[in-house]
Design a protein around this ligand. Structure first.
Ligand code: SIN
Length: 337
């Protein structure tokens, strides 16, 4: 087979770029600060010529932002572009380059709203492209290797970094700077990927992608949901302010088991009585928030976040609120997704 026909036989992957440190460059020679999204995606791919042996990449820029600026408008566009790419019969999968700061939220959002069994893989880097020992090139190579793997279909949206494959629902960024920042607290890794060789573990159990019935059909915007961080000595002011600002949902990053001080609890209960959906999550970074343990959720009309951290709970609540404001129906979503 000629080199040209061998290349033509490779799977086609659509690479959607959004920015982040993987496309970042230092602002000075000492390598201190850097700008996210300063590099073009073509320059990134040129730095990893080995990818040409795995797949044919089509590149489509969707945004060029640090992921601290990721928002619902970009999510809607990204979901639409991902779905459109995957609807093309000869596109085998989508790889999305993204900043690590909010990658878990984007991954979970897509996991809920893009209905497909084809692979969707998010990839980023902790070190900018100009850093000593940048992690982006290997992460990108591994992400493409994951996206073309024949057994990866039907596993929902995945995050690839530092030789690990994480499920969108489980993964969280846990360290400000280290390359091993992504951790999966509860149900285990999706797998490992060593220089393109995959070791896959059990598939996800909760509804995702093809089995999700959450949808963006007809939506131009998402309801406002705010996260309120609990702490010792917490008052009610931030909850009241969020409600006044028009929040339709609140996620409490509660202390311990999703708890909050008495004045804040009273404010949250008032908000729930006024029709605002109140979800109790936890600021601890692990564990399950269950119903009716320390707080009477049945009586107060609250929703327990189950295993979702506050930022993931916010994503699910925004989507849930497009269907219902009933706390019991919303609670059911938190046990299903
Ligand atoms: C960002 O999230 O865009 C900046 C940090 C990173 O990508 O690691």
């Amino acid at each position: 087979m000629s080199a040209a026909s061998a290349a033509a036989a490779l799977p086609r992957i659509r690479l959607l770029s959004t920015g982040g440190t993987i496309a970042g460059a230092h602002v000075d020679d000492a390598g201190r600060g850097y700008h996210a999204a300063a590099f073009s995606i073509d320059a990134l791919i040129a730095a990893v010529p080995q990818i040409a042996g795995l797949a044919r990449l089509d590149i489509e820029p969707v945004a060029a932002i640090g992921s601290q600026d990721m928002n619902e408008a970009v999510w809607l566009k990204l979901a639409a572009r991902t779905a459109a790419a995957l609807a093309e019969p000869d596109i085998a999968g989508v790889v999305i380059t993204h900043g690590t700061d909010t990658m878990e939220e984007t991954a979970f959002f897509l996991n809920l709203v893009v209905h497909t069994t084809k692979p969707i893989v998010l990839v980023g880097a902790m070190r900018p492209a100009t850093a000593i020992s940048a992690d982006g090139p290997m992460n990108l190579f591994n992400a493409v290797a994951v996206a073309i793997h024949p057994e990866i279909r039907g596993r929902g949206v995945l995050v690839v970094a530092n030789d690990e494959i994480h499920f969108a629902r489980e993964v969280a960024k846990t360290n400000t700077t280290q390359v091993g920042t992504f951790r999966t607290a509860h149900r285990g890794l999706a797998g490992l990927v060593n220089a393109g060789r995959l070791h896959l573990y059990a598939p996800p159990v909760r509804r995702n992608t093809a089995t999700s019935d959450l949808s963006l059909d007809g939506l131009a915007a998402l309801p406002r949901v705010d996260i309120i961080y609990a702490h010792a000595g917490m008052g009610r002011e931030l909850i009241d302010a969020a409600v006044r600002a028009g929040a339709q949902g609140l996620v409490i990053a509660g202390v311990g088991d999703g708890n909050l001080a008495a004045p804040a609890l009273a404010a949250a209960a008032e908000a729930a009585r006024a029709g605002v959906a109140v979800v109790r999550s936890s600021r601890t970074g692990g564990g399950v928030v269950e119903r009716n343990i320390e707080i009477d959720d049945d009586d107060l009309g609250f929703i327990a976040a189950d295993e979702l951290n506050p930022q993931k709970a916010r994503v699910l609540l925004m989507l849930g609120l497009t269907r219902t404001r009933d706390p019991r129906a919303l609670q059911a979503l938190f046990f299903e997704y």
